[in-house]
Design a protein around this ligand. Structure first.
Ligand code: SF4
Length: 228
């Protein structure tokens, strides 16, 4: 049984598949509190559903690109068999994970989208760097960038681990958090926000081998990413 917050169809917003119609399976609960998180509503609640029920609902929605996200999907033991089942059913499966939990052994057919948390998230200490050894060329590493300090860290991390030789690399601009967030970590007050345009200009000037992304769903629908 898995605790499911919502299953819905929207545009993929934060990977190399950005802009494609996609079914999202959003699982409940997260053990991080990133300063710019747009999914606070997934921290609590969730309905119990079996893998059979989730698979049937995904198939009924008719979009075979599927993102398993959260919250943090890897907090639930049945997430791994769910991914395998969706792959068996012919779905292209993306797993979005915070990077704080081991990815070793996840079905090789799935695309792992692994976050590395930059300093302005407030959760940098949770990065599980051993995960980098388990990436495939078809996987993606995503760094969400909110500040000048994040950008400097991301460039350093890119070069230190030669991330582009391990997987695709995404630099995603972080929208400010929705107003009224009470549970999230605070962005360090000494950090300097970077605008979307500044981020694009910087990575072009620095000739970085990364893909720039805004959060596409937010460009279209605004701050809160949800199927409701
Ligand atoms: S952005 Fe951070 S706090 Fe929000 S769901 Fe993802 S890992 Fe959890």
């Amino acid at each position: 049984m898995l605790s499911v917050k919502e299953i819905y169809v929207s545009l993929q917003g934060e990977t190399s598949r950005a802009g494609l119609p996609c079914t999202f399976v959003r699982l409940a609960a997260c053990d991080l509190r990133c300063s710019w998180c747009d999914s606070e509503y997934s921290f609590a609640g969730g309905d119990p559903r079996t893998i059979d029920e989730i698979t049937a609902e995904v198939k009924a929605l008719g979009v075979r690109l599927v993102t398993v996200t959260g919250g943090e999907p890897l907090l639930q033991a049945e997430t791994r068999p769910l991914i395998s089942r969706l792959c068996d059913e012919g779905c292209t499966v993306l797993l979005e994970t915070s990077g704080a939990h081991p990815i070793k052994g996840i079905d090789y057919r799935a695309v792992i989208v692994l976050d590395l948390k930059a300093p302005s998230s407030g959760e940098m200490d949770r990065n599980h760097y051993e995960n980098l050894e388990h990436l495939k060329a078809t996987d993606e590493v995503k760094i969400v960038i909110a500040s000048e300090e994040d950008y400097a860290w991301a460039v350093h991390t890119l070069k230190t681990y030669r991330l582009e030789t391990r997987a695709g690399v995404l630099f995603t601009w972080a929208s400010p958090p929705p107003p009224g967030s009470v549970e999230l970590k605070a962005m360090p007050p000494a950090h300097h926000r970077i605008s979307m345009r500044e981020l694009a200009d910087r990575l072009l000037a620095d000739r970085l081998p990364v893909r720039f992304l805004p959060q596409v769903h937010k460009v279209v629908w605004g701050d809160v990413a949800t199927g409701k």
